[in-house]
Design a protein around this ligand. Structure first.
Ligand SMILES: Nc1ncnc2c1ncn2[C@@H]1O[C@H](COP(=O)(O)OP(=O)(O)OP(=O)(O)O)[C@@H](O)[C@H]1O
Ligand SMILES: [Mg+2]
Length: 242
């Protein structure tokens, strides 16, 4: 079994005439948390959409667990073991928490195990057990993020892709969500996450890539990037100076 769970190899992506990725190459190691950093419109969400099959690259390969995902539909990709926590959570607001969680298992045929997994994620996220029958749209932002993460886990993914999981949350919830991501990873799920807040992302990530207008301009172990002056200038200290 290869140590690499996900690889993007030479990916070029276009929206009409606009090129969103230029020869993108990156890998996500099995068992790791890998963070994709970058400013607005740098192509981060598009990277997630490419992996999930929501956007098709013009060229290049997306390899997952040794197999190319190119040409597969999103449900097929989910069935291979890719879970997603999309931007802005995308819950079914009129459905209950329970119904939202069960939607995360839509691709699975092993119904008895799905019931067990519902119990398991409710143990992992005890706050959701109290709110199982509440309409998801009436939850707080942090609670909705928990539902989105728990819903992704209901698919028993090998990899979870998260697009800005801390966006719009209060500092307390930001810490809580990052702790949960670290815990999910400790339990064996590989995590690939987009985050605008570089200092927070680098606290929990093993490795990080920096995207700038569709190109990877920097990557390395999170511990090294935390001390890298280019990261500090662009994303840590630089924001205050700007
Ligand atoms: N559906 C679309 N049609 C046309 N252009 C698009 C579409 N989606 C994204 N783009 C363009 O592709 C580029 C990358 O967008 P993307 O959403 O991937 O960036 P991002 O890094 O996630 O940005 P943000 O930090 O604002 O979320 C942008 O220039 C954007 O305008
Ligand atoms: Mg985005």
């Amino acid at each position: 079994m290869s140590d690499i769970l996900l690889a993007l190899e030479g990916v070029n992506t276009f929206y009409g005439p606009v090129q969103a990725h230029f020869d993108l190459n990156l890998t996500v190691g099995r068992g790791q948390i890998v963070s994709l950093l970058g400013g607005n419109a740098s192509g981060k969400s598009t990277t997630m959409k490419i992996i999930l099959g929501l956007v098709k690259p013009a060229s290049g390969i997306v390899r997952f667990d040794g197999q190319p995902l190119n040409g597969l539909t999103t449900p097929q990709i989910v069935r291979r073991g890719v879970g997603s926590v999309p931007e802005a959570r995308r819950l079914f607001g009129d459905m209950s928490v329970r119904e939202n969680l069960l939607m995360g298992a839509f691709a699975r045929k092993d119904r008895p195990a799905v019931a067990q997994d519902l119990d398991r994620v409710l143990t992992q996220f005890p706050k959701l057990a109290e709110r199982l029958h509440q309409r998801a749209g009436t939850l707080s932002g942090g609670e909705q993020q928990m539902v989105a993460m728990a819903r992704a886990l209901m698919g028993r993914p090998k990899l979870i892709c998260m697009d800005e999981p801390t966006m719009g949350l209060s500092p307390l919830w930001v810490d809580r969500v990052l702790e949960l991501i670290a815990a999910i990873n400790k339990d064996g799920t590989t995590v690939f996450m987009v985050e605008q807040n570089a200092s927070l992302a680098l606290e929990i990530a093993h490795h990080a890539y920096v995207l700038q207008t569709g190109r990877i301009v920097l990557d390395g172990p999170a511990s090294e990037l935390r001390a890298d002056p280019r990261i500090r200038d662009a994303y840590l200290g630089g924001q205050e100076a700007a």
